[in-house]
Design a protein around this ligand. Structure first.
Ligand SMILES: [Zn+2]
Length: 84
């Protein structure tokens, strides 16, 4: 099933105490650009944006995933390009 992205939003939040967060209750996601650094800054920032977006994509009552399951699936999906 393709998620309906009209219920999803993502913004930068410079005061966030983590790289990113997703709120299932509202479908809102925030990423803190300041907490990403190093030579791979842009790649790390995009990874966080993708990570939080995947939380939204997996946010489906029918999937019945706990947080650990969801993090494991996102980890696999984020590395899939390495194996293609
Ligand atoms: Zn996560």
């Amino acid at each position: 099933m393709i998620p309906n992205f009209s219920n999803f939003s993502q913004d930068f939040d410079f005061g966030l105490d983590s790289k990113g967060v997703y709120y299932a209750e509202t479908g809102r996601s925030f990423v803190n650009p300041i907490l990403h650094d190093g030579k791979a800054y842009l790649e790390d920032l995009i990874d966080s944006c993708t990570h939080e977006t995947l939380h939204y994509c997996l946010d489906d009552e029918d999937l019945r995933l706990d947080e650990k399951h969801e993090e494991w699936i996102i980890e696999i999906l984020s590395k899939i390009n390495e194996y293609l």
